[in-house]
Design a protein around this ligand. Structure first.
Ligand code: NAD
Length: 531
């Protein structure tokens, strides 16, 4: 039995009797139970993180980078363990797990190390020497303190390292709350971090939604949330009530626009990959293809052939292309969407049924879909690609901008200049031309969205404001008082008058400004030196 790791380095905590259980999506066998953290565990984790944070921050970016690099290398060496956990816990088979999760941490540490060093360094600001004589000012980004990271199940490791690595590199301590469907993967991740980082810097609490809510209530200084729209709204409200910053990265319904001059083989392969990888359980999966009518028959024929030759399973290497779905609830949701589409007139080209093994579902292609179906409007999160045939690009732009989500969109065409013009009209966080959502793995590029995808930003220096707050510094090297300090008198008014005139170009009397300023300094000095 695995227990809640409030502080992974300290070993197992006394958990509550309540357990997270579940069955493997691969074969339905029970998973090792994990105990749910109590409110007391959560408060202890946040307090421990707060105690540990100042010394961690004092290590500096280089010291923190070195520790995180050591931890990330440990993770790479121990990759077989996490690949087995991912398969057992959420059904992700090894090749997918290796590329979409296990290979990531060291590269992310190295990329973030450069961004953090530059992004948080002290920066000088220009001060007008007339208005602010003798003064130097600067600002820098400093850690907020303790960051709470609440994550989903679809990428149990990647959705951690994306917020946790920049949170730690900027000098914060973290309390991680993984999905109740992927607690064992989180323990692996946190255990490797804790082995190389000082005690208390990395903490994990386990449980369902109530544990996430209790974490927000336990005095964290900022929160990153990745998950569904419904939960994201609750998390945003809870953080607003506590006046702490929050980043919510929510769902997607990513469209791929396929124009008549698209390279058909690359497009079929790209759509097939980005619709089906991770069994379609990606926020940035292609969830609908808007295909120009005159090439739709050819593209559908190629997709049908490819989809029907891909193999769903949990094996290694050549035997498996697609994982089963991670939970039974997800499988039922996918079935509901497919049935709704067929009931409303969509044509089932291939797939549309369970494999019979675990929560496996066949790669599914639906043609002649419309914007009145769940499968084209709501997040399906499954191995399903609905095709909507379009007359032209204006129809595609209306469809994309009318969607309730706005994460990413892609355009498939040989005409790159035209694609750039279309990209400018799409109201989404990222547009990809002749590829799809690959930017999610690019640390320096913002990953964000519009509408119900939420205002959160992952990756890039744009996300630093969640982990850090700006702190300003002013150094005044004047030895006497400033001329505009108390007591006030007529000469201060005259000084202000001359400054106002100078600002609008009336500089005839400007020579009196330093004379008046010196006189004021003398007056104030005399006033405050009396006893
Ligand atoms: P979810 O909202 O059900 O759960 C996410 C996390 O929130 C879990 O850890 C859960 O226990 C916790 N939680 C639930 N109620 C809570 C509450 N009241 N307060 C605090 N925490 C609470 O989402 P899920 O089903 O795990 O994840 C799938 C969703 O995640 C999809 O919609 C997907 O698109 C989205 N996602 C988005 C991105 C992105 O970058 N935009 C990336 C990955 C996944």
């Amino acid at each position: 039995m695995q227990t809640a790791l409030t502080n992974p380095k300290a070993g197992a905590e006394a958990g509550s009797p309540e357990m997270l259980t579940g069955v493997s999506p691969v074969d339905g066998r029970p998973l090792p139970p994990v105990s749910i953290s109590t409110v007391e565990d959560i408060q202890k984790a946040v307090a421990g993180a707060r105690d540990a944070q100042p010394a961690w921050a004092a290590l500096g970016v280089d010291g923190r980078t070195a520790a995180l690099q050591r931890a990330a290398k440990r993770m790479l060496v121990d990759r077989d363990t996490i690949l087995a956990i991912l398969t057992q816990e959420i059904g992700k088979f090894e090749v997918d797990g290796l590329f979409s999760e296990a290979l990531g941490p060291l590269d992310v540490v190295n990329q973030w190390a450069k961004l953090v060093k530059k992004g948080t360094a002290e920066k000088k600001v220009f001060l007008n020497p007339v208005g602010f004589p003798g003064k130097k000012a600067s600002h820098q980004l400093v850690p907020r303190g303790v960051i709470g990271c609440i994550t989903p199940w679809n990428y149990p490791i990647a959705t951690f390292f994306r917020p946790v690595i920049p949170a730690l590199l900027t000098g914060n301590a973290v309390v991680i709350k993984p999905s109740e469907f992927a607690p064992r993967a989180a323990n692996w991740f946190a255990t490797h971090l804790a082995a190389e980082l000082p005690d208390g810097v990395v903490n994990v609490v386990h449980g369902r939604g109530a544990v996430g809510a209790a974490l927000i209530d336990a005095g964290i200084d900022a929160c990153t949330f990745t998950g569904s729209v419904a939960t994201g709204k609750k998390v945003a409200v809870a953080c607003a009530e506590r006046l702490i910053p929050v980043s919510v990265e929510l769902g997607g319904k990513d469209p791929a626009i396929v124009l008549e001059d698209a390279l058909l083989t690359r497009t079929a392969a790209g759509l097939g990959h980005w619709a089906l990888q991770n069994a379609g359980q990606s926020c940035g999966a292609v969830e609908v293809a808007l295909v120009q009518e005159n090439i739709a028959d050819e593209l559908v024929a190629r997709l049908r052939s490819g989809f029907s030759r891909l193999h769903v399973g949990s094996g290694r290497f050549a035997e498996t292309d697609l994982s089963p779905l991670a939970t039974e609830a997800q499988l039922e949701l996918v079935e509901r969407h497919v049935k709704d589409a067929i009931d409303k007139g969509a044509k089932l080209v291939t797939g549309g049924e369970r494999t019979g093994e675990g929560f496996g579902y066949l790669p599914t292609l639906l043609d002649n879909c419309t914007d009145e179906m769940l499968v084209t409007t709501e997040e399906t999160f499954g191995p399903v690609l609905p095709i909507v045939r379009i007359a032209g690009v204006e129809e595609a732009i209306r469809f994309v901008n009318g969607s309730k989500y706005g994460l990413t969109a892609s355009i498939w065409t040989k005409d790159l200049a035209r694609a750039r013009r279309i990209a400018g009209r799409l109201d989404v966080g990222t547009v990809t031309i002749n590829n799809h959502s690959v930017t999610g793995a690019m640390t320096a590029l913002p990953w964000s969205g519009t509408r119900d995808t939420g205002p959160g930003i992952a990756n890039s220096t744009h996300s630093l404001s969640l982990f850090c707050r700006p702190k300003s510094l002013l150094v005044d090297s004047n030895t006497g008082p400033d001329p505009f300090w108390l007591p006030f008198d007529r000469s201060l008014y005259d000084l202000g008058d001359l400054l106002a005139d100078a600002m609008v170009g009336r500089v005839g009397q400007a020579f009196r400004i330093p004379i008046l300023a010196l006189g004021r300094a003398k007056t104030i000095k005399k006033f405050w030196s009396q006893r």
